[in-house]
Design a protein around this ligand. Structure first.
Ligand SMILES: [Zn+2]
Length: 67
């Protein structure tokens, strides 16, 4: 298996998100969280092209455990 995993950068600020993808990974309406923006970017990722569908304030990382 070839180690072709790359990590997605935040489409807005360019920070590392820590989300790994392969060359042929397809993501649809994937919530990509950026800890630098503290926002969720709903993205499509197809054939290496990242397309932002939506972006909103995230409550990830807050200490409340309501779920
Ligand atoms: Zn960001």
């Amino acid at each position: 298996m070839e180690g072709k995993i790359k990590t997605l950068d935040c489409p807005v600020c360019g920070s590392h998100t820590g989300v790994g993808v392969l060359e042929n990974t397809v993501l649809l309406n994937f919530p990509l969280y950026c800890s630098a923006c503290r926002r969720e970017h709903i993205i499509n990722y197809i054939r290496g092209i990242l397309d932002i569908r939506e972006s909103f304030q995230s409550n990830r990382g807050e200490s409340s455990d309501n779920d």
